[in-house]
Write a protein that binds this ligand. Structure first.
Ligand code: FAD
Length: 317
């Protein structure tokens, strides 16, 4: 089923969640252990993130540092296919510009097509952690919109190799990211929404939002989008706080605001277990309000942990 179609047709708020591939060397059992309990809530689709390679520095015995480039979380395509077949559920692998050239991207899309995976979330991807700004890979894309164009071309049977005889068109359906508190690199909100509108015009069929902790950000973002003529489904993304340190780390990493009521609740917690309980309570409150407002789906960021998502889904679905 095409996720965009599902979102357009649904009369109730659907349940979906996002998984990270396990760290290199770990077992796929980790993923199944995270998915198993959540299947009780009949997820409409499961997203699987994509990760660029990272530069790490290892200290050598002679004291010098050796630079190595490693991909810590490979396996997005394989995990998506494994989950789809094991649970008979729709999967949405993410496809990113970051760290990939057009040829590598085309190869990944061809693999997905052969596996029968036709829903993708198209993103620019995070920059290299050692750099402040995003630099595309040589022969890669600078913006998500350019990657959308490549997918559109494949959907029309236009591969990078122009000499193919009778090439088969793919049939990817595209979701994109949106930012209720503005993308950090955008000069202002209006520009950000205009760029979002262009991504929709290029082929984005629905929007999944960055996490937020104050639903007013989401409601006002939806209003801005509708005023600009963006009429596709906008799926709120919810990430429950699960550690005390999150109240500082999340704003720093994702440029989002933590409301004072939540940060003071977390401040009072004596340990991470208490912080996780407070995070679950907050997410339940957010999700119930979003559901009452009739959002087409709520998308939960699991970050590899499903126990807290289980507690929230038990209260909300
Ligand atoms: P873009 O749409 O390319 O936008 C990036 C910036 O460039 C924005 O400031 C935008 O306003 C600006 N811009 C865009 N197009 C143009 C243009 N034509 N001209 C001028 N400016 C322009 N990262 C990963 O690495 N892997 C993942 O799996 C992943 N999953 C994610 C899932 C969700 C739901 C979200 C919200 C984010 C995810 N990210 C992931 C992080 C994401 O890649 C970053 O937030 C990234 O910085 C931006 O991605 P984007 O697709 O929104 O980029």
């Amino acid at each position: 089923m095409i996720v965009a179609e599902l979102l357009r047709q649904t009369k109730k708020t659907l349940f979906s969640f996002e998984l990270l591939p396990p760290l290199k060397g770990k077992n796929i059992r980790e993923i199944y252990d995270a998915v198993n309990p959540l299947m009780e809530f009949d997820p409409s689709y499961i997203n699987v993130t994509y990760h660029r390679e990272e530069v790490v520095y290892k200290k050598r015995p002679d004291g010098f540092l050796e630079e190595r480039t490693i991909r810590k979380r490979p396996g997005t395509v394989g995990i998506s296919a494994a989950i789809m077949h094991k649970y008979n559920v729709e999967v949405v692998p993410h496809i990113i510009c970051s760290g990939f050239n057009r040829q590598e991207t085309e190869d990944a899309l061809i693999d997905l097509n052969f596996l029968g995976i036709h829903n993708i979330l198209v993103l620019r991807g995070d920059p290299d952690k050692t750099l402040k700004t995003f630099i595309p890979a040589e022969g890669g894309h600078r913006y998500a919109s350019e990657l959308i164009e490549q997918v559109n071309n494949l959907n029309q049977g236009r591969y990078l190799d122009e000499d193919l005889a009778d090439p088969t068109p793919t049939k990817f359906s595209i979701g994109i990211a949106g930012y209720p508190e503005k993308h950090p690199e955008s000069p202002n909100f209006d520009t950000d929404i205009k760029i979002l509108k262009n991504k929709i015009a290029s082929g984005g069929e629905y929007i999944v939002t960055q996490m937020f902790y104050d639903n007013r950000h989401y409601f006002s973002f939806v209003e801005k989008c509708r005023n600009e003529g963006i009429d596709v489904p906008i799926i709120p993304g919810i990430k429950p706080i699960s550690m005390k340190s999150h109240i500082n780390l999340l704003p720093r990493s994702f440029y989002i605001d933590i409301p004072v009521e939540l940060s003071s609740e977390i401040d009072k917690c004596r340990n991470n277990n208490e912080a996780s309980e407070a995070g679950v309570e907050w997410a339940i409150m957010q999700a119930k309000e979003l559901k009452e407002a009739g959002v087409p789906s709520i998308h939960f960021y699991t970050m590899g942990r499903s126990a807290n998502i289980f507690k929230i889904a038990s209260e909300v679905y």
